[in-house]
Design a protein around this ligand. Structure first.
Ligand SMILES: Nc1ncnc2c1ncn2[C@@H]1O[C@H](COP(=O)(O)OP(=O)(O)O)[C@@H](O)[C@H]1O
Ligand SMILES: [Mg+2]
Length: 365
């Protein structure tokens, strides 16, 4: 094993510290770096740092600039993508060092869970405000639509030139189309009826519905933790929520982008329904002792980066013929269960994760 370049006390730090040479080869790493990267020091030393990741956005350039210009950098939002593993979300501090064996000292700090919690809370407020806005707007549009349609009909009866009907028909048809859209936006959400629900029954139902709709081209794997207890929930709403998410995954896999993507590496479309238990999950500012962690994972092309922050908003759709209401509804239903839904996406791996509290809502804070 190579000699330590970093002093032993660096192992006491909670921050991951790496020493890289001019070619970005790792020359030393502390214990926190081993933990963060999931590799021992022995495995890390000698490896070209960027090769650990499938993508690291601008970090490699920043490291090279640090070496060339001997000037440090600070980046508080770096996503490091790894093959078959969860992406790492970190902030980075790079400093030039003047050692014969090393040229950059790199510090990585995992972005605190706190930041994630705050972001979720913000999302919750935003999504509620959005829904309210949409509802009010839909109401305002819906009311005059009736008058518009009725007047066009009356006008049609009065017209003595039949060729002018073409125009009144356009008004009537478009008013009807808008009416349907407004109805969808306003769907009065049935008050949920809560009872014991087995999440695997929900998953199985969704699985068979989606396989019936898309009989070819996708596999739906089950990865269940069968020891999970029932949750208190509204079965129909949960089925609808999981169905909307799973159907999107199937559509992404079988749509034009998905077909091209799978063909590019000769893969086949796969969706995984995974259930796990989560201890001490914080959902919408509340801490729950026990939660259900349900993930719908697909190996499709992923959600375009410019869209990913908005997909839960109403009317946001990246699909020909989409309404952009599927995920909004799924989110509403999950929130009825005091849960939350979030999404992480990169090409080849899109994960929709629902956290649903199990049992009492007793806060353990
Ligand atoms: N698993 C997925 N992979 C890729 N894109 C997705 C996935 N899930 C959702 N999306 C994107 O999010 C958009 C919004 O989904 P949704 O709210 O269900 O509306 P719709 O399906 O009517 O478009 C989809 O149109 C699609 O572009
Ligand atoms: Mg949809």
């Amino acid at each position: 094993m190579s000699d330590r370049l970093l002093g032993a006390s660096v192992d006491l730090l909670a921050t991951a510290v790496l020493l890289l040479d001019r070619r970005l080869v790792i020359r030393d790493a502390n214990v926190a770096a081993e933990t963060l990267l999931g590799l021992s020091r022995r495995a890390l030393v000698g490896v070209v740092f960027p090769t650990l990741f499938s993508e690291m956005k601008g970090l490699e350039d920043q490291l090279r600039a640090t070496i060339d210009a001997e000037r440090g950098f600070w980046d508080n939002d770096v996503r490091l993508l790894r093959v078959n593993r969860e992406p790492l979300h970190v902030n980075c501090l790079g400093s030039p060092v003047d050692m014969s064996e090393a040229s950059v000292l790199l510090e990585l700090r995992k972005i605190e869970q706190q930041v994630r919690i705050e972001r979720e809370a913000l999302q919750l407020t935003q999504s509620q405000a959005n829904r309210e806005l949409i509802r009010n707007l839909a109401h305002e549009i819906k009311n005059p639509l009736g008058g518009l349609r009725g007047s066009a009909q009356l006008l049609e009866h009065e017209l003595d030139r039949p060729d002018l009907r073409e125009y009144t028909q356009v008004i009537i048809k478009e008013a009807d189309r808008l009416q349907v859209l407004m109805e969808r936006l306003l769907t009065p959400h049935r008050v949920p009826t809560f009872a014991g629900v087995n999440i695997h029954e929900v998953c199985e139902r969704v699985r068979s519905l989606v396989l019936a709709e898309f009989p070819r081209g996708i596999r739906i794997r089950r990865d269940y933790d069968t020891s999970l207890p029932d949750i208190e929930g509204d079965r129909e709403q949960l089925i609808q929520a999981v169905l909307n998410v799973t159907r999107n995954a199937a559509q992404a896999l079988l749509g034009p982008a998905g077909a091209g993507w799978l063909e590019s590496f000769g893969g086949s479309g796969q969706i995984t329904l995974r259930t796990r238990i989560a201890w001490g999950a914080t959902i919408a500012r509340e801490r729950h002792r026990l939660a259900l962690d349900l993930q719908v994972i697909d190996n499709g092309p992923g959600i375009p980066t410019e869209m990913v922050d908005r997909i839960f908003y109403p009317l946001v759709s990246g699909r020909e013929g989409g309404t952009g209401l599927g995920l909004t509804l799924a989110q509403t239903f999950i929130q009825h269960h005091l849960g939350m839904i979030e999404c992480q996406s990169e090409p080849g791996r899109t994960v929709f994760r629902c956290l649903l509290p199990i049992g009492s809502r007793a806060a353990v804070r």
